[in-house]
Design a protein. Structure first.
Length: 455
């Protein structure tokens, strides 16, 4: 890192970092056992929350320069925020990490290819739904046109790193562009109305994972929800916020707040742990903007994960059934640590007849996905995944349940990596719940219909 860059970064650390929050850290070390990178790095303090906060404070105090070692320490962080619930001082570590990364990435000159990649993805693609549809449409064409089969059979895929080869295998079948564009904006409840809610559809969830979005709205309809889906909403901005593009994230937040303000709903429902945690943080993201601070806080206060609203509406008391099997659950870090939603997914899973729920050891430890972490920090990500798969296999589960798209792909990758794809599956919780509900209730509806016809 050049001297001029270091000076700019140090100055901005002193001007922008929340020094009171840095001082909140008592250096007690309660965070250490909860930090995956600290554990997997052989207990290197530079890769612990306590160590990273000490580095940030040292840069602010002028005790050290913001060199490449400091940047490396921050880049190695998963941002899982597992340190926050165990911190006796209540340090908002995630906020500090985002502030520090934003300062570094806005002031450190990177190579032209990296600048181009960040510009195309973070600024040029994710904020625009139509561009997301175009890009994912190309992936769908790759899957359906025969190019995928050709690439696999000829060994072209072998030229990619192992983790990317596995990721290509576990990507879901992408819907057609027509299906991705033809989205509802309003859905009536199937049963007696209980709530009026809005649905945050997201970017990847409304393209690559579109069937899971459809399963989510179907469950809400079965639970008696009237659903509004604002057309002008967009990507939540989490990827930008976590990657040092806070100004871009703020613009995306304002767009979403505006889209949902006139919805007049009880809750804004999300089905992706990472998105939900960032939406909950809009109040903090825009706290210094006089025009948007109160509006952002009001928006954040309405965010609720799908599992929480289903439990509130007693969906776990419905008739739910699957074939006999063991199921286990992998916590989404941001659902647990960001949205403080922990028991509700378990309540729902334990209510499914025919299944045995087995709690995974360290279910709340990060799986190593963390947005694009498994691509940019592949070695550490796979190290963390190996531990997660060891605990997964110990449950003897047939089905591993997640509540976040990144976790879902990472667990699928782990299953493929372990050669267990013929014995185990990974599914999003809403897909499993819809399967369990319709397995019983659609059959009952069909039986009632046939009985009526014979009268």
């Amino acid at each position: 890192m050049k001297t001029a860059e270091k000076q700019r970064i140090q100055q901005q650390f002193q001007e922008k970092m929340d020094y009171d929050e840095l001082l909140n850290c008592m250096r007690c070390g309660f965070c250490l056992p909860s930090c995956p990178t600290y554990i997997e790095s052989g207990k290197d303090e530079a890769h612990s929350p306590r160590g990273r906060i000490a580095l940030m404070k040292a840069v602010v105090d002028g005790d050290i320069e913001p060199d490449d070692d400091v940047k490396r320490s921050l880049d190695m962080c998963l941002g899982c925020r597992a340190c926050e619930p165990v911190c006796p001082s209540g340090v908002n570590y995630g906020h500090l990490l985002e502030q520090a990364r934003d300062i570094i990435y806005q002031n450190k000159k990177t190579s032209a290819p990296i600048r181009a990649l960040r510009s195309v993805t973070l600024k040029g693609m994710f904020p625009y739904h139509n561009r997301m549809v175009q890009m994912t449409g190309l992936l769908g064409f790759y899957q359906r046109s025969g190019i995928q089969d050709f690439a696999r059979k000829t060994g072209l895929m072998n030229k990619l790193p192992e983790s990317m080869q596995l990721m290509e295998k576990v990507l879901p079948d992408v819907p057609t562009k027509k299906v991705m564009r033809d989205r509802p904006t309003y859905l009536e409840p199937i049963k007696k109305q209980t709530k009026r809610v809005a649905f945050f559809s997201g970017c990847l969830m409304d393209t690559i994972f579109l069937p899971t979005n459809d399963a989510t709205t179907k469950l809400l309809q079965y639970a008696g929800c009237e659903i509004v889906i604002p057309e002008t909403q967009g990507c939540c901005g989490a990827l930008q916020g976590h990657s040092g593009e806070r100004d871009q994230a703020k613009q995306m937040a304002k767009k979403n707040i505006q889209a949902f303000e006139e919805a007049d709903v009880d809750y804004i429902i999300t089905n992706a742990g990472g998105c939900g945690a960032f939406l909950v943080d809009y109040g903090h993201l825009l706290k210094d903007d006089p025009e948007w601070a109160a509006r952002a806080k009001a928006f954040s206060n309405k965010i609720m994960d799908i599992t929480r609203v289903l439990v509130e509406l007693d969906f776990h008391k419905e008739a739910l059934q699957l074939d006999e099997q063991i199921i286990t659950y992998q916590d989404s870090c941001h659902l647990k640590n960001g949205q403080r939603t922990f028991m509700e997914p378990r309540q729902l899973l334990e209510s499914i007849d025919g299944t045995q729920y087995v709690e995974m050891k360290d279910a709340d430890r990060c799986c190593g996905s963390a947005g694009i972490y498994n691509l940019v920090e592949s070695e550490m990500s796979m190290q963390i995944l190996d531990y997660k798969m060891k605990q997964t296999k110990a449950t003897k589960a047939k089905t591993v349940v997640t509540t976040n798209p990144g976790c879902l792909l990472q667990m699928k990758l782990g299953i493929e990596k372990e050669g267990l794809s013929d014995q185990m599956r990974a599914v999003h919780i809403v897909d499993l719940l819809l399967e369990a509900y319709e397995n019983v209730n659609v059959k009952l509806d069909a039986e009632d219909y046939l009985a009526e016809q014979t009268l």
